[in-house]
Design a protein around this ligand. Structure first.
Ligand code: NAP
Ligand code: MG
Length: 403
């Protein structure tokens, strides 16, 4: 069989622990036999990040800007225990945070649906994609534990003379105080990423805040979204027959539960943090969740939503068999290959990625699955297999589809 050619490169970012083991299995069994894989390789495994003083992460981020498509394996974000375990020079920052800062993007997470795994919400029939703004608000806030009676004020001093001073509260007893901010530039790029992703995936976009109560802060989010929609995206939405819909956050949660899915739900930072865990759990499992970072310039970085599955890795190191679910990592690769195919006008690549995804779904629907899913499956008798046997079963399906 002739391998499918790949004109331009995909930025490949290797990672850590169990997902690094899966990464190699996926390449060996599902990609390299079929595709002339053309990647620029960056090893973001923790030992190599440490060796390069984390330069490799910055270089990978810049490479995504150049090639516009990247695929990333899960990586360890070091804490004190990891510094000890890996004898690190420093507690390096989260690679995802570093890359997000370079690309200035929004993270989109969507569940992968199976007919044999039913969502906890009965009427959900199609995926709900959460788009989370990953900058500012409570994550960059300043807090104060008020110790005694006294006056709290909000003060702004502008460079060109603008000024603002208002009493927040006259404390008659101890209490708590918090200052939050966001920036127009970040909200604008969040909005553009969401509108662009809605166009790319031909789905409606929902956005919700609490602008009735937060008359400046949340209102600004609402107005910026509406303004950018009207001036830059409305025509394209009309052409595709998709809709932009704004409502209040409490109305949105009620509508989400009643809906059948099939749209993108844009959330402010905190709402997205909370709602994405609720939505993904209600759909089944973190190992069945795709995740892509989209920058306003149209760069795409695909990854799994879960971590490096440390507990399984320690068992693997002891020579025990593990049944770790590789689906999210396979879909990170298929997502990147599909996007490369689209950008390079290479239908063969896009077709291969579609077939790889459908081979995964057919394998699962036949009942061959990893341990995490077996407990959720309905209507099939699950056959639980280890990671490599699972990947080999997917390969057999894929070979059938490729003829
Ligand atoms: P995790 O790797 O997502 O794993 C948590 C638990 O979820 C696992 O122990 C496992 O449960 C289950 N699980 C997750 N993915 C699975 C899969 N593919 N197949 C089967 N079960 C799966 O989270 P963590 O243990 O909190 O974090 C481990 C490391 O990952 C940390 O060093 C963290 O920094 C890093 N991390 C990286 C990313 C990223 O790169 N995007 C994201 C999150 C965390 P059972 O053990 O019960 O089977
Ligand atoms: Mg969270």
């Amino acid at each position: 069989m002739n391998k499918i050619p790949m004109k331009n490169k995909i930025v490949e970012m290797d990672g850590d622990e169990m997902t690094r083991i899966l990464w190699k299995m996926i390449k060996d069994e599902l990609l390299l036999p079929f595709v002339e894989l053309n990647t620029e390789y960056y090893d973001l495994g923790l030992p190599h990040r440490d060796e390069t003083d984390d330069r490799v992460t910055y270089e990978a981020g810049e490479a995504i800007k150049k090639w516009r498509v990247g695929v990333k394996c899960a990586t360890i974000t070091p804490n004190a225990q990891r510094v000890e375990e890996y004898k690190l020079k420093e507690m390096w920052k989260s690679p995802n945070g570093t890359i997000r800062a370079i690309l200035d993007g929004t993270v989109f997470r969507a569940p992968i649906l199976l007919s044999c795994v039913k969502p906890a919400v009965r009427n959900w029939k199609k995926p709900i994609t959460i788009a989370r703004h990953a900058y500012g608000d409570v994550y960059k806030g300043t807090e104060y534990r008020v110790p005694e009676k006294g006056k709290a004020e909000l003060v702004f001093t502008g460079e060109n003379g603008a000024s603002f001073r208002e009493t927040v509260y006259e404390f008659e007893c101890p209490g708590v105080l918090q200052g939050l901010y966001n920036k127009d530039s970040s909200i604008k790029s969040f909005a553009r990423s969401c509108f662009q992703y809605a166009i790319d995936t031909k789905q409606d976009l929902w956005f919700a805040t609490k602008d009735t109560i937060s008359k400046q802060y949340d209102q600004t989010f609402k107005l910026i979204f509406q303004d950018i929609f009207d001036s830059e995206y409305k025509a394209k939405f009309d052409e595709l027959g998709i809709e932009y819909f704004y409502t209040l956050i409490d109305d949105a949660v009620a509508r989400v539960i009643r809906s059948e899915g099939g749209y993108i739900w844009a959330c402010k930072n905190y709402d997205g943090d909370v709602m994405s865990d609720m939505v993904s759990t209600a759909f089944g499992s973190l190992a069945m969740m795709t995740s892509v970072l989209v920058s306003p310039e149209g760069c795409y970085e695909y990854e799994a939503a879960h971590g490096t599955v440390t507990r399984h890795y320690y068992r693997y190191l002891k020579g025990e068999e593990t049944s770790t679910n590789p689906i999210a990592t396979i879909f990170a690769w298929s997502g990147a290959i599909k996007k490369r195919g689209e950008l390079d006008a290479s239908p063969e690549l896009t077709d291969f990625a579609d077939k790889l995804e459908s081979a995964c779904l057919d394998t699962l629907e036949s009942g061959v699955m990893t341990k995490d899913l077996a407990g959720l499956a309905e209507g099939v008798t699950p056959t639980v297999v280890n990671s490599l046997d699972f990947i080999k079963a997917i390969r057999a399906e894929l070979e059938k589809k490729l003829g």
